[in-house]
Design a protein around this ligand. Sequence first.
Ligand code: CP3
Length: 339
Amino acid sequence: MSYSDFLNAIKAQDHEGIPVWFMRQAGRYMPEFSQIRNGRSIREMCKDPETVAHITELPVRKLGVDAAIIFHDILLPLEAMGLRVEYGKDGPSVRSNVMDLMARGKFFEYSKENDNYPLPESIHKFREGNPGVPLIGFSGGPITLASYIISEKRDGDLSLVRRMIHNEPQRFLEILRILTEMIIDFSKAQLRAGVSVIQIFDSWAGYLSGDMFSKIYSSYLREISAELTGLAPTIYFSTGTWHVQSVLEELGFDYLSVDWRRDILSYSNAIKESLGIQGNLDPALAASDLNVVKAEVMRIANGMKWKNNYIFNLGHGVPQFGSENILKEIVREVHSVTR
Ligand code: CP3
């Protein structure tokens, strides 16, 4: 592993090897995760800094990745805004009717005093035990969080959100505004506690139309990047957003994380050089024939090594069926390529 390669790449500074980490690198695919979890829910785990620090360092130790990402979830800060979040077998859900809460003034702005998760303590704990390891903090993107709030669970193709944008634009903008402020405050709290980078996970942004994205949504993202610029490097992750390509480049984030659908080699040549790129191995390869995986890793790593501000990752999170051994091999292969 090379922590300095990660820290240099994120700032577009010269370095030798290609840094690599994986979105959702600490999860159920890892046998030790279940042991540490010991039957607890993610909500319980995240209330214990010792557990969070321990899980956060697992992939660094076991896979040899170049950065850790603090173990938490994008939906947990919503609890400090008056919403009830649950994690069930079919994924997470928000067990509150936001319209009803808004009508009663019970959907309120985030404040860290209302946040019952000791995330700063967890960050300190990790830092104490792992000096020098780059630590990534994160938040959900406004539209991805809004999709869970408005539909009370994941809103497949954002159809409920899109209906609201058409029919109740003022309410929608109010939800986006209050979420944007949370994202900024929540990210700054993580930076104060000691994370080195902020990634915005906006998994479902690609379901917005080009017009919705550029005319309504992008200003909220610009506000987030503007508030964080100068405090730490920022990464914006989204999927299926090729139709808003030129807008993405002007959002003000230092890096764009590219999903697996895009040809990363031609993409990286088409954008301005100052914009960093992260990605984009197909997550389906996280459990495949080793030779097939290696060939694809080499194609991407060799094709991208010219770029100072490039970080290897998957095109989305590690799937539940991911294999620890394959991920370890991916890290080894990426590290064998020098720039
Ligand atoms: O990357 C990491 O290892 C850090 C931890 C992390 C989690 N969630 C832990 C988690 C991160 C970065 C996230 C981000 C997240 N959460 C996103 C954006 C990225 C993406 O995957 O699209 C989204 C949309 C969520 C919302 C969410 N939380 C979903 C869809 C799920 C269910 C997925 C699943 O695997 O069950 C969660 C629950 C969740 N978040 C778990 C973990 C480890 C599983 C909890 C459990 O086992 O009960």
